[in-house]
Design a binder for this molecule. Structure first.
Ligand SMILES: *Cc1c(COP(=O)(O)O)cnc(C)c1O
Length: 459
C-alpha cells in the first residue's frame, strides 16, 4: 500500500525532469544530473520510500528536523484547520492572531527561565540574520553602538543566507561569498580529535575557550557584541566540545559583557534528551536560534528566543526595523503547537533522555567496538558522530579528508540507510520517536556499512 503513489511518471522521467529544471542546494549539479537523483515519494515513522519501492531507514530525520517522525496526522490536521480558518495574516501593523499568541505562550512555558519573548521567521538562517539584527539593536539602544563584532567558530554552521553563511565558519562557503557581512570573526572550534593532539580534552577545551578571550582583547571588549555557537556542532560533524568548554565560554562572555547566542537549530526540541542542548551542556545563553525541530520540518518556521533583559531593551528602544512577510505565519505556528504537544504529551523527549537515547549510544558503541576504522564516537541522546580513522582508537585521520566518508556513504545508499558524511565523520540523528527495535536496525545497518568500508580499504 505504502509504496503506491498517485504518480503517472517513471523514475527515469522524474530524474530527467529534475535534471532539466531543478537546481539542488549544496550540490554539484553536473555530476548529480549524470547520476540521477533518488526520488523520495513518501514516508512513515522513521522510514522513507523511493520511487523504485525501496524502503529506507532515515538515520538523519530528514535534515536533522523530523523530530516527531513522518506521517503525523495531528500536524496535518492542525495545518488544514488553520488554513481554512485563517491561512495568513501579517503581524506588522498592530495586528496579531491566535496561533502566534498561543505558540509564544507555549514557548515561554517550555524554554528555560527568562526566555519570555520570541521573534519569528521561516528558517534557521533567517533566525541567525535576526539574531544579528537583535544584537546590534540591543547595543545601539544602550548607547554602545561600537559593540558590533560577533565572534563565531571555524567549521560552525549557521545557515546559508549572507549573514548565516558569514556567521558560519565553512571555508568552502566563504570561498563562494565575496560579499560577506563585516564585523564577524572566527576562532578555533573545540574539535579535540582533529585538532587537540598532545593535549587532554580538558586542556584543549580551555585552550579553545581562551581563543575567545584573546580575540576579545585584540578587538577591544568595547567593540565586541556577541559570541555565537552551536552547543554541539551539527553539520560540522557532530562535534561535542570538552565538558569544560561551555562553562569557560560563558564565563568569558560575562566578564567582557558579550551576548551569548546558542544556535539551537539542531540541538533544540529534544535531540540530546533535553528540550534544548545548552541545558545538556549547562550554560545559559541570552539568545537562542530555533528552527528545524520547532515544526519537525512539516512546514518552515524559525524563531529567536530572547532573554528578558534583551527583550526589555528592545521594547524600550523604539522601532525595531526588521520583519518578514511570514513572521509568525499562522499555519506554521499551528503546526509548531501540534508538534510541541506531541513532544511533550507523548513524553517523546523524556523517552529520549531515559530510554532510547542511552540505548542508542550504548548499542552504537558496542556494535562498532571492533571496527578497525573508528577513531572516536561522540554524541548524547539521539545524535552521534563517528570519526573514521586509519587506526582504531588512535587520534589520527585519513589523508585526503572526506574520501572515506564518501565511500561509506555510498555503502549506506546501497543499503537503504540514510547516514550522512561530513568529511570523514559519519553522522546519525534519527527521528526522536525511533523505537528500540528500529534503533537495532539502524545500528546494525550502520555497522554493516562501516564494515564494508573497512573491507574495501583492505582491513
Ligand atoms: C540547519 C541549520 C541552520 C540553518 O537553518 P535553515 O533552516 O537551513 O536556514 C542554522 N544553524 C544550524 C545549527 C543548523 O543546523
Amino acid at each position: 500500500m505504502l509504496n503506491q503513489t498517485s504518480s503517472t511518471r517513471t523514475t527515469q522521467q522524474w530524474q530527467q525532469l529534475d535534471a532539466a529544471h531543478h537546481l539542488h542546494p549544496f550540490s554539484d549539479m553536473g555530476s548529480l544530473n549524470r547520476a540521477g537523483s533518488r526520488v523520495i515519494t513518501h514516508a512513515e515513522g522513521v522510514y522513507l520510500w523511493d520511487s523504485e519501492g525501496n524502503k529506507i531507514i532515515d538515520g538523519m530525520a530528514g535534515l536533522w528536523c523530523v523530530n516527531v517522525g513522518y506521517g503525523r496526522k495531528e500536524l496535518a490536521d492542525a495545518a488544514q484547520k488553520q488554513m481554512l480558518e485563517l491561512p495568513y495574516y501579517n503581524t506588522f501593523f498592530k495586528t496579531t492572531h491566535p496561533p502566534v499568541i498561543e505558540l509564544s505562550h507555549e514557548l515561554a512555558q517550555l524554554t528555560p527561565e527568562g526566555f519570555n519573548h520570541f521573534f519569528y521567521c521561516n528558517s534557521g538562517s533567517e533566525g541567525n540574520d535576526t539574531v544579528l539584527r537583535i544584537v546590534h539593536q540591543y547595543w545601539a539602544a544602550q548607547g554602545q553602538a561600537s559593540k558590533r563584532y560577533v565572534i563565531s567558530r571555524h567549521n560552525a554552521y549557521h545557515g546559508s543566507t549572507i549573514a548565516g553563511g558569514s556567521l558560519g565558519g565553512m571555508g568552502y562557503m566563504h570561498e563562494q561569498m565575496p560579499s560577506r557581512v563585516p564585523h564577524i570573526v572566527h576562532i578555533g572550534q573545540p574539535y579535540w580529535f582533529g585538532e587537540g593532539e598532545g593535549q587532554t580534552p580538558a586542556e584543549f577545551g580551555l585552550a579553545r575557550a581562551a581563543e575567545l578571550e584573546a580575540r576579545i582583547l585584540e578587538l577591544g571588549a568595547e567593540n565586541v557584541a556577541a559570541f555565537i555557537g552551536e552547543p554541539f556542532q551539527g553539520a560540522g560533524g557532530v562535534i561535542f566540545p570538552p565538558d569544560n568548554y561551555w562553562p569557560e565560554i560563558e564565563r568569558i562572555c560575562r566578564k567582557y559583557n558579550l551576548l551569548l547566542v546558542a544556535d539551537e537549530v539542531i540541538g533544540g526540541f529534544g535531540r540530546t534528551g533535553e528540550w534544548f542542548a545548552h541545558q545538556h551542556f549547562g550554560f545559559k545563553p541570552d539568545l537562542m536560534t530555533l528552527a528545524k525541530g520547532l515544526t519537525s520540518g512539516y512546514v518552515p518556521m524559525g524563531a529567536v528566543a530572547i532573554q528578558d533583559h534583551v527583550a526589555q531593551t528592545l521594547i524600550a528602544g523604539g522601532d525595531f526595523n526588521h520583519g518578514l512577510t511570514y513572521s509568525g505565519h499562522p499555519v506554521a505556528a499551528a503546526v509548531a503547537l501540534a508538534n510541541i504537544a506531541i513532544l511533550r504529551d507523548d513524553g517523546v523527549i523524556d523517552t529520549v533522555k531515559h530510554d532510547t537515547g542511552p540505548y542508542f549510544q550504548k548499542s552504537l558503541r558496542e556494535a562498532l567496538a571492533a571496527s578497525p576504522i573508528i577513531g572516536e564516537i561522540q554524541g548524547h541522546g539521539l545524535v552521534a558522530g563517528m570519526q573514521l580513522s586509519p587506526q582504531a582508537g588512535s587520534q589520527t585521520r585519513f589523508e585526503n579528508g572526506g574520501d572515506i566518508g564518501l565511500i561509506c556513504r555510498d555503502h549506506c545508499f546501497a543499503n537503504n540507510l540514510i547516514m550522512r558524511a561530513t568529511g570523514d565523520r559519519m553522522l546519525l540523528s534519527p527521528p526522536l520517536v525511533i523505537s528500540r527495535s528500529e534503533i537495532d536496525e539502524l545500528v546494525e545497518k550502520a555497522a554493516r556499512c562501516l564494515r564494508l568500508t573497512a573491507e574495501g580499504l583492505g582491513y
